[in-house]
Design a protein around this ligand. Sequence first.
Ligand SMILES: [Zn+2]
Ligand SMILES: [Zn+2]
Length: 265
Amino acid sequence: MYYDYHTHSDFSDDSTTPLTDMLDSAIDKGIVEIAVTDHYDPGYPDREFPFELDFDKYHKTLEEMQLKYEGRLRIAKGIEIGIQHDQIGNCHNAATSYDYDYIIGSFHCADGEPLYNGHFYDNKTPLQAYIDYFTYTYENICKFKDFSNLGHMNLVTRYCPVNEVPEFSKYSDICEAILKLLIEEGKGIELNTSSFRYGLDETTPSKDLLKLYRSLGGEIITIGSDAHTPDCLADHFDFARDYLKVLGFRYISVFRNRKPEFIPL
Ligand SMILES: [Zn+2]
Ligand SMILES: [Zn+2]
């Protein structure tokens, strides 16, 4: 039985998969509960991918799907909000104008720069890029509070030149500040398994971050594939569950009306 808490459909600008294809495939793959978390990334700097969302249609469709799949697949009404410092008002409006079950807060950009094109690293050492990314995350979660879990916490790793990954101890202080704040506010993190399809040999967050979160008392954690196509649903989920157990986690979380519920591992 799998609980996939990070998935996309063609409501997201970077997916062409109809939502029903994702949901049918989820059932075939043994997923009993799925959070549909399509992108809303206001102010995203790449005009080809504005990551806007047709909210009315999205909400209506999620409710229709909940009825259509009742008894076969539980569907959590979710959204992945891309947070930027100059978009806090838009993020707040998106999060509070509908009764989501679950909201992922993600940082796909930092200091106005999207991470995916690698320019965030220009004129910076990898360590400086890491520190800047986590500092940006910290500063913005001090301002934006309307989310459940922090998405793919160390996304910055995905774009780091191979063999230049900095030592964890050199940037762990700012990560600790982020994790402490999340725990204090009853929020959590996600274990995102999409890193494997990007060729990394680690989950996102990394083992060091997961261990730190657990050692600080962090318990709220979801597992998500970040699938944009059906073949990626529940990818590496057996591995992820075993990994969390080894690291001392006892539960994964699902969400109802923005409140976590715990499923024993
Ligand atoms: Zn994301
Ligand atoms: Zn995503």
